[in-house]
Design a protein around this ligand. Sequence first.
Ligand code: FE
Ligand code: CA
Length: 507
Amino acid sequence: MTRFNRRIFVFGTAAAAGALALGGSASAAIAFPFTLGVASGDPLPDGVVLWTRLAPAPLNADGHGGMPNSPMTVYWQVATDQGFTQIVRSGEVAAQYADAHSVHVEVDGLQPDAEYYYRFRADGHLSPVGRTRTAPAFDVLGRNFLMAFTSCAHYESGYYTVYRRMADDRPDLILHLGDYIYEDAATSGSVREHLGSEIVSLADYRRRYAQYKADTDLQAAHAAAPWLVVPDDHEVENNYANLTRADNSPALTAAQFKQRRADAYKAYYENMPLRATAKPTGADIPLYRRVRWGQLATFHMLDTRQYRNDQACDDGWKYCPSAGDPARSLPGMTQENWLLNGLSQHTGTWDVIGQQVFFARNADGDDAVSMDAWDGYPASRDRIQKGWVQRGVRNPVVLTGDVHRAWANDLKVDYTNPGAPVIGTELVTSSVSSGGDGADTTGIPNGAYNPHLRFYSQHRGYVRAQVTPAAMNVDFRAVDKITTRGAAARTLKSFVIQEGRPGLQNP
Ligand code: FE
Ligand code: CA
């Protein structure tokens, strides 16, 4: 028997032993530990990250999910079929107490552009099965693929029907653009309530992730496809900018906030299907990265919180000339240069920039803009837009979250000139739940001052896009009600982005 086959044998035998243990053997020391589901992410042509976290009692206040202070072996398998008759990779990893018993398995040796199923076993318990896939090889065009993206899942505001409907589409890739959790305290009378006060400590963040991830609609979306994730502000605290807070509530010293950010980033890493290259060190987490999808698309995933200058003129919506200081940056100068260098490589037909905050100009009649969005850092936006024009980037598409509304925008180097050419496209997803049940609206806010803003909706939802060499076919999907479970999704509006022709077209 080869070593490879023996591993499979061991998995099967131990799983059978585990089943017996559930009947009363002393070898099953813990209750079912896969209460937080399974996930995969950051696909490569030959592999993907598999994730789970053991938590038999997920809501324990210490953040350790009912796990003992000792390591536990977690076995994993990857198969080409859902029944696991064709197992192609397997192994084991030690889940550590210091990592809240999370595991990140970087599988390699898989075929490019291929679908796989994966599962885990720990202490005799088998996990749910997840579906994932690899990216196409770097040197092939790759088949058409379906991506879906969303953001902003405030737990108390409603159920995660949006996640469920994303899973129903069986996309090849899901992007989450931030506000995966919210840090605020329980609010009585909500659809469902956060546990505890505003989260500040590592234990708090770990338990908050556990509360969110215990949701079965969210688990279904993770189990449906590999994810590319980037956090926004609420994974730490509302509207923080690097190490500057929006306010001093709860009261913390600078050192205490730095520790809070370190704890928040550690919990983020523990709970997301990220590679070890994204593992935080203290209060720093190296998250911005590129993921390639053959020669069809390159995903440039940005971090617009960790390195930004503080919001100008304080936060909020205002007219603020000093925001335009060219020394200010939203991604930070290092990340700006990293982005432009990546865009200059022309590795994919579509250069998709996955990021958090509103990118196009959105000014009211008094030229007031959001200080927290790219409008609060216009020189930074200008360098990036002009940079991609100078580099001949044919198909830049910016994906955005944060605002709890769906928007679709044409991008321009000069937003004050309605005749200026369109040089890119922005798709803004609505939220999973933040904002509660949506409503029908007519018109586009500030549309009279910003004719490049082309679509707006207040409904909860997500965006899906079929990506082909000739076009990106975009559907804005909406779920009308989230304060009760089970609502259907519908397409509110579709656009086409044609290859070589930036901007939104009607289908
Ligand atoms: Fe949000
Ligand atoms: Ca946000």
